[in-house]
Unconditional design. Structure first.
Ligand SMILES: *[C@@H]1O[C@H](CO)[C@@H](O)[C@H](O)[C@H]1NC(C)=O
Ligand SMILES: *[C@@H]1O[C@H](CO)[C@@H](O)[C@H](O)[C@H]1NC(C)=O
Ligand SMILES: *[C@@H]1O[C@H](CO)[C@@H](O)[C@H](O)[C@H]1NC(C)=O
Ligand SMILES: *[C@@H]1O[C@H](CO)[C@@H](O)[C@H](O)[C@H]1NC(C)=O
Ligand SMILES: *[C@@H]1O[C@H](CO)[C@@H](O)[C@H](O)[C@H]1NC(C)=O
Length: 556
């Protein structure tokens, strides 16, 4: 009797804690959402949609918004658009880039109108513009006018040697559209400084631009981040030869590199048959930088337990609809980059005098690079390159950093976010069909265990997939909608069996409380057999002949 009463009570408790979370926080924009960013300091969410930007609180309630289009424009005309621009017509403003500059309380907003000029708005109230000018000319054109050209960016700094000022800038990576500037990478000023205008390009290096060849490289930038004094860009492009197949690169350069002397591209292969050297999953879709849980970190060779790992989802552009998740420890990326740079600096060349490990991308340099034999220490001494050292460099395909996928699918993966719960790693993978798949990434598992169902009509999951500040919820964007979804639903399982059959690394059966919980929510959960971890799939064995309701799972 007592058992039964308790069972009923625990059932009630379970319902009590789960029923009312079902009303999901969500926000519907009037138009398709292109970009989503979060201000880590306030937890606010900013949406860059077609013809509008929105500021939401962490519960996705609207705080402020601004209309950014449509406006009369013609990509052939130089802004400002006047009567002289005869063919101007009402044009949608596709948001290309949103960046939170919390140090200065501004949001950087770059759209497709007016040659991709950006504006600054108030981070606390996006309806309050802080800076916009369409009269400063080509040096301030940032984004792309073409819908299909992706743009990524990251906030950084630039020390002006003359004034010794530490200037606030952002670096931009963008593909090439017909009426865009040909620069693949640029550094943009975020404040006025001496004669220079806001958004002015600070680096006049002609190296990391590809004109007139740029078109055939077809860059597709997917991600940019900084770590430990370096800026990284992740993109796919063609090889620049007749081969039109995309390949994926991570490019690294030093922060505050005024000439991009340190710019180096490393090919990333996500490959099934390493022996046959097939580059199966060739095109990067999205990426997420995170520290993996201990269990996974131990399994990644060459990874130090404190290392960050770049989790990358790729698609196979040949057999449309196939995709994979690959992991690249940042340490491995850095060491491989240094290996290929060093090989060039010390003059390793093949019989035909061509460099052994690298080539010069974009510029068809006629003089052979890497022929001068320099000291091995150069790569350490000139960590950020120098005028007399060859640049830019790209690794040859044979020196790609090649890893096997940790997870593969026969449909499209479009987004990835990674979380750690009690040393275990969970990947949240957005699909082309609007779902988010939860995959447990420990060596012995790599199991897909749950699907957060989206609405097919919304299209694929936006690559901006991330957590709230407590890491308890995930923000998922599809089409015009952003939704805040809990990372687990342990509490919905009312008995030990259903709790462990979830295989959810977040969940376990809390024996004392008779509830399915996270470990941190289980009183005395650290004790032996007090919290039975779901993926272990064992409720305590019951040895006595008296059947105890399963809900209790008490070891006798
Ligand atoms: C912050 O923004 C203001 C204008 O809003 C500008 O004058 C100032 O230089 C900026 N400071 C930094 C560090 O970017
Ligand atoms: C310049 O400012 C940035 C932050 O705004 C800081 O991270 C960096 O260390 C500063 N650099 C120098 C040399 O002061
Ligand atoms: C990582 O896990 C896989 C799958 O369980 C295993 O085959 C491999 O040997 C592990 N590698 C290391 C370095 O532990
Ligand atoms: C791991 O990284 C830490 C900090 O970077 C370093 O002190 C330690 O020596 C590294 N361990 C190994 C085994 O490389
Ligand atoms: C990486 O893939 C390319 C094809 O894109 C292939 O030629 C190359 O050998 C691969 N590299 C490695 C190290 O597997």
């Amino acid at each position: 009797m007592a058992w039964r009463a308790l069972a009923v009570l625990s059932l009630l408790l379970c319902f009590g804690s789960s029923c009312c979370d079902d009303t999901q926080d969500q926000f519907l924009s009037a138009t398709v959402i292109n970009n989503v960013v979060q201000d880590p300091q306030t937890g606010r969410i900013y949406l860059g949609a077609i013809n509008g930007i929105y500021q939401l609180n962490s519960k996705l309630q609207l705080e402020s918004s601004a209309v950014t289009g449509p406006k009369k424009d013609n990509p052939q005309c130089s802004p400002p658009i006047t009567a002289q621009c005869t063919d101007a017509k009402e044009t949608n403003n596709i948001n290309k880039l949103l960046l939170v500059n919390s140090a200065n309380g501004t949001l950087v907003v770059c759209g497709s109108l007016f040659r991709g000029i950006c504006s600054l708005v108030n981070l606390h109230s996006v309806d309050k513009p802080l800076y916009y000018s369409d009269t400063k000319g080509e040096k301030t054109y940032v984004a792309s006018t073409e819908e299909s050209v992706a743009v990524v960016g990251v906030i950084s700094y630039y020390i002006d040697v003359n004034s010794n000022a530490n200037l606030s800038v952002f670096l931009v990576g963008k593909g090439y559209g017909g009426s865009d500037s040909s620069k693949l990478i640029s550094t943009r000023l975020l404040q006025e400084h001496l004669e220079m205008d806001v958004f002015e390009n600070m680096v006049e290096a002609s190296t990391v631009q590809a004109s007139p060849f740029v078109q055939r490289y077809l860059h597709d930038f997917r991600h940019a981040f900084n770590d430990n004094g370096y800026i990284y860009f992740l993109f796919s492009r063609t090889s620049g030869t007749s081969d039109s197949r995309k390949i994926t690169f991570v490019a690294r350069l030093c922060e505050n590199d005024h000439h991009y002397y340190s710019y180096t591209e490393l090919q990333l292969n996500c490959t099934v048959g390493v022996e046959q050297q097939e580059n199966t999953y060739n095109k990067v879709e999205a990426a997420y930088l995170a520290k993996p849980g201990k269990v996974l970190a131990k399994n990644i060779t060459s990874s130090n337990l404190t290392d960050k790992v770049l989790f990358v989802v790729f698609s196979a552009d040949e057999d449309g609809g196939q995709s994979a998740l690959c992991m690249y420890p940042l340490n491995s990326i850095n060491s491989r980059l240094e290996e290929v740079i060093e090989s060039c600096y010390i003059g390793e060349v093949l019989e035909d005098e061509k460099p052994k490990t690298v080539y010069s991308p974009y510029i068809s340099k006629t003089e052979a690079i890497c022929k001068t034999k320099r000291d091995k220490n150069m790569v350490k001494e000139y960590k950020c390159g120098a005028e007399f050292l060859p640049s830019p460099l790209a690794s040859k395909p044979e020196y790609a950093l090649s890893v096997k996928p940790i997870y593969t699918r026969n449909d499209m993966l479009t987004a990835v976010a990674v979380a750690v719960e009690n040393e275990h790693t969970v990947a949240f993978l957005g699909t082309g069909g609007a779902d988010v798949l939860k995959v447990h990434l420990d060596s012995s598992h790599n199991d897909f265990y749950h699907r957060i169902q989206g609405e097919r009509a919304d299209g694929g999951v936006n690559k901006n997939l991330f957590f709230d500040s407590t890491l308890d919820h995930l923000y998922i964007t599809t089409g015009r909608k952003i939704t805040k979804v809990p990372v687990h639903s342990c509490e919905q399982n009312n008995d030990c069996h259903s709790c462990v059959s979830q295989l959810d690394p977040y969940c376990g059966w809390c024996v004392l409380e008779g509830r399915c919980t996270r470990k941190k929510d289980c009183r005395k959960g650290d004790g032996e057999n007090a919290w039975l971890w779901s993926p272990k799939q064992t409720c305590a064995t019951i040895q006595s002949s008296v059947r105890i309701p399963e809900a209790f799972c008490i070891r006798t």
